[in-house]
Design a protein around this ligand. Structure first.
Ligand code: SF4
Length: 108
C-alpha cells in the first residue's frame, strides 16, 4: 500500500463522513419532528364513574368534530395553556384545547 492510497482513503473517509452528516442530519431532524407527541387528554384515571359517564354522555372527544367549536373557544373551558390539557366546568378530567363535546357554549 502506498502513501497515496492512504491519503485517498483518508480523504474518502472524511468526505464520506461529511456526506453522511449532510444526508443524515435532515433525516434525523425529520424523525425528531415526527416524534413530537400530539396532546392527548383522554385519560379518565382518578375520575369517579359518574364523571366518566358524564364525559361519555356529552361525547367528549380530543378533537372537536366541529372545527368552529373547540374547547378553547367554549366558555366552560379552563385553559392551562395551548400545549397542556385544561379543564372544564361540566366535563371532569383532562380537556384538550382542540377537544369538543355536545355541551359547547359560546363565550359571551
Ligand atoms: S363543555 Fe364541552 S366543549 Fe366546552 S370546554 Fe367542556 S368539554 Fe369542551
Amino acid at each position: 500500500m502506498s502513501d497515496s492510497n492512504l491519503d485517498r482513503r483518508s480523504v474518502l473517509r472524511r468526505v464520506g463522513g461529511g456526506f453522511a452528516l449532510l444526508v443524515l442530519a435532515p433525516v434525523a431532524a425529520a424523525v425528531e419532528g415526527c416524534g413530537k407527541k400530539e396532546l392527548s387528554c383522554t385519560s379518565t384515571t382518578g375520575l369517579t364513574p359518574a364523571d366518566v359517564q358524564t364525559r361519555t354522555a356529552l361525547q367528549y372527544v380530543d378533537h372537536a368534530t366541529d372545527p368552529a367549536k373547540p374547547c378553547r373557544a367554549c366558555r366552560l373551558f379552563r385553559s392551562a395553556g395551548e400545549a397542556a390539557c385544561g379543564g372544564c366546568e361540566v366535563v371532569k378530567g383532562p380537556i384538550n384545547p382542540a377537544g369538543g363535546c355536545s355541551a359547547w357554549a359560546a363565550r359571551t
